[in-house]
Design a protein around this ligand. Structure first.
Ligand code: F3S
Length: 292
């Protein structure tokens, strides 16, 4: 049995940047409490490690913070939330990914130019909630399926942006439907290149592999999407958080096992999966490369 790791797997630029901001904040604000609003990355093992080793506390609402430093994670937040945090006396450090910032700015710009903003993304996703908060009136249509576009009223000028981690492939039909509903359609491609490359690499590998192991938090939408991409490409695909979850029966008869990992999966977890596969007699081709 051979094992191959996808050419792009694991931490993206924005996640690496957010984690180094956390590390710097811990060093510069010794003795103060450090919070992140929501887990800093969608990976329970990494969040637990940050809590144990550096005392970084994830909170789910500002009410839980009692003085100290609040780090805004890579998904971003509505500006009003930052104002509330400052009004509460918290020092705010913004680790919003620059690609997410670009999506926020493009959405605001479209609204200011008079376009009806449509966001292709998940309604409850924190990034989408943050983008909505950047619109002057906070209003946009968020659509996930072609059927939802059928339900929209006719519109004159429509401006589209995408949640950064969406998969571009699925949007052809949706854009065509929107075009038929509008007189003018302006599209900003805000899908992040790191995700595009990672999805393309997972798809290529899944087309060759018999079995795909996709490593990442179950709360990571990006990892769940990779699992779906690998299944669509024809490989038997399993979502695992850690090496212990590998069931040897999945690999029976497989000649090539592919390993892909979401943008919030730390290297030590991917290495753990490769080690476990080696201990099961697999020969690992290549090495884990960092995403640019
Ligand atoms: Fe940023 Fe793209 Fe990662 S938007 S957080 S670099 S997935």
């Amino acid at each position: 049995m051979r094992v191959r790791i996808a050419e792009r797997a694991g931490f993206c630029y924005g996640v690496r940047r957010a984690l180094s901001i956390v590390e710097r904040a811990v060093n510069e604000h010794r003795g103060e409490r450090i919070y992140t609003l929501g887990p800093i990355i969608h990976n329970p093992q990494a969040v637990q490690m940050l809590k144990e080793r550096m005392g970084v506390e994830p909170i789910s609402s500002l009410d839980e913070a009692e003085g100290g430093v609040l780090i805004i994670r890579s998904h971003g937040v509505p500006p009003a939330l930052i104002e509330r945090a400052r009004a509460k006396g918290l020092k705010v450090i913004d680790a919003t990914c620059p690609f997410v910032k670009r999506a926020q700015n493009k959405a605001r710009q479209l609204a200011e130019e008079g376009y009806q903003v449509v966001i292709f993304g998940e309604k409850e996703h924190p990034e989408v909630i943050g983008i909505l908060g950047h619109l002057p009136d906070g209003r946009a249509y968020v659509v996930e399926t072609p059927e939802e576009i059928d339900g929209l009223p006719p519109m004159r000028r429509v401006g589209v942006i995408f949640q950064t981690t969406q998969e571009m492939r699925s949007f052809g039909d949706m854009l065509m439907k929107l075009l038929l509903k509008s007189e003018e359609l302006k599209i900003h491609n805000t899908i992040c290149h790191a995700i595009r490359d990672q999805q393309a690499a997972a798809r290529r590998l899944a087309e060759e592999a018999d079995v795909m192991l996709v490593v990442g938090g179950r709360n990571s939408g990006n990892t769940r999407r990779l699992v779906q991409i690998c299944r669509d490409a024809g490989a038997k695909s399993y979502h695992i958080e850690t090496a212990d979850e590998i069931d040897p029966s999945w690999l029976k008869g497989a000649e090539l096992v592919g390993v892909a990992a979401g943008a919030s999966t730390p290297d030590f977890i991917i290495e753990g999966v490769l080690e476990r596969l080696k201990s099961m007699g697999a020969e690992v081709e290549g090495r884990l490369k960092r995403s640019p």
